[in-house]
Design a protein around this ligand. Structure first.
Ligand SMILES: [Zn+2]
Ligand SMILES: [Zn+2]
Length: 109
């Protein structure tokens, strides 16, 4: 039996693709295809937030300790959160989607 029932896959509410749980057992909070997330957590994985808005990937930032991170902004309430880019061997974050955001960031400057 699984010790972590909350760590299951989900269907992305933005692109409709099936997202598999991470192979290392940690919690996946954004879609590896379109990189969108959902505003459902106060701390990652707790599902304690009632907002439920789609969180758009708006920026890629580099943190010297945590590496590259995606900045997600909630389209409903404007809340922002940084999330680590995922390198899961089975479903890594789409490098094309990541570079597309980086390019947008560069153009906005
Ligand atoms: Zn998606
Ligand atoms: Zn929100």
């Amino acid at each position: 039996m699984s010790h972590k029932t909350e760590n299951t896959g989900f269907i992305c509410q933005h692109c409709g693709k099936e997202v598999l749980p991470l192979t290392d057992g940690s919690y996946r909070n954004h879609c590896p295809f379109c990189l969108y997330s959902l505003h459902v957590d106060i701390t990652p994985g707790d599902r304690a937030c009632t907002c439920g808005g789609l969180m758009e990937p708006v920026k890629i930032i580099y943190n010297s300790k945590k590496g590259y991170q995606i900045v997600h902004r909630c389209q409903k309430c404007g809340f922002e959160r940084n999330n680590k880019i995922n390198e899961d061997p089975r479903q890594p974050d789409d490098i094309n989607a990541i570079t597309a955001i980086m390019r947008q960031n560069a153009e906005r400057r």
